[in-house]
Design a protein around this ligand. Structure first.
Ligand code: SF4
Ligand code: SF4
Length: 173
């Protein structure tokens, strides 16, 4: 029987749902947005009138989708580069799980640094949180400056890892 890599990897990951990889999920149309709204999931329209569901996703429960049977079409069809590589046999499931664990550990570290810098709003996607924090980097105080420098460094290393491991060319889920 073939291994269900989605079940094996995605249930330990959720980086494409929790705001680490993407800022939103593109919805098919107003009908899909309405259907999700009935489940308690808000969406918004961008400048081109495309409906977007913001991330981190309110349906995420730990590392699992709380509306799995009703998730948007984009979520159903999305496969990150790591998952595709695992499906193609280019990386073993164990190596993929190690990459996921490393990325999640780095995300945790960036979030801890954000809190250290006083940015506790967990409703924003990670890059946005970091950009907002770094825009307010202090010009005085060695300890505070060190915390911001550590945040900038950690986010930059995380970005590189996410790009290389999980993203091909896509920028939105
Ligand atoms: S980032 Fe990839 S491995 Fe992780 S949950 Fe999304 S599709 Fe699955
Ligand atoms: S609806 Fe489910 S699969 Fe889609 S982003 Fe939210 S938690 Fe992830």
């Amino acid at each position: 029987m073939p291994i269900d890599l989605t079940a094996q990897l995605c249930t330990k990951c959720a980086l494409c749902c929790d705001g680490s990889l993407f800022a939103d999920v593109e919805l098919a149309d107003d009908a899909e947005a309405d259907r999700l709204e009935a489940l308690g999931l808000d969406s918004e329209s961008d400048d081109a009138d495309i409906r977007l569901m913001p991330l981190p996703c309110a349906a995420l429960k730990g590392t699992r989708c709380g509306v799995y049977a009703h998730r948007p079409g984009t979520c159903r069809s999305f496969e990150c580069r790591l998952l595709k590589d695992a499906q193609a046999g280019l990386v073993t499931p164990q190596a993929a799980l190690t990459s996921i664990a490393e990325a999640r550990e780095r995300v945790r570290n960036v979030k801890a640094l954000l809190v250290r810098c006083g940015f506790t709003d967990a409703t924003l996607p990670l890059r946005e949180r970091c950009a907002e924090a770094l825009a307010h980097a202090p010009v005085k105080g060695v300890r505070a400056q060190r915390a911001y420098a550590a945040l900038e460094n950690a986010m930059s290393e995380l970005d590189w890892l996410l790009e290389r491991t999980f993203l091909a060319r896509r920028r939105s889920k």
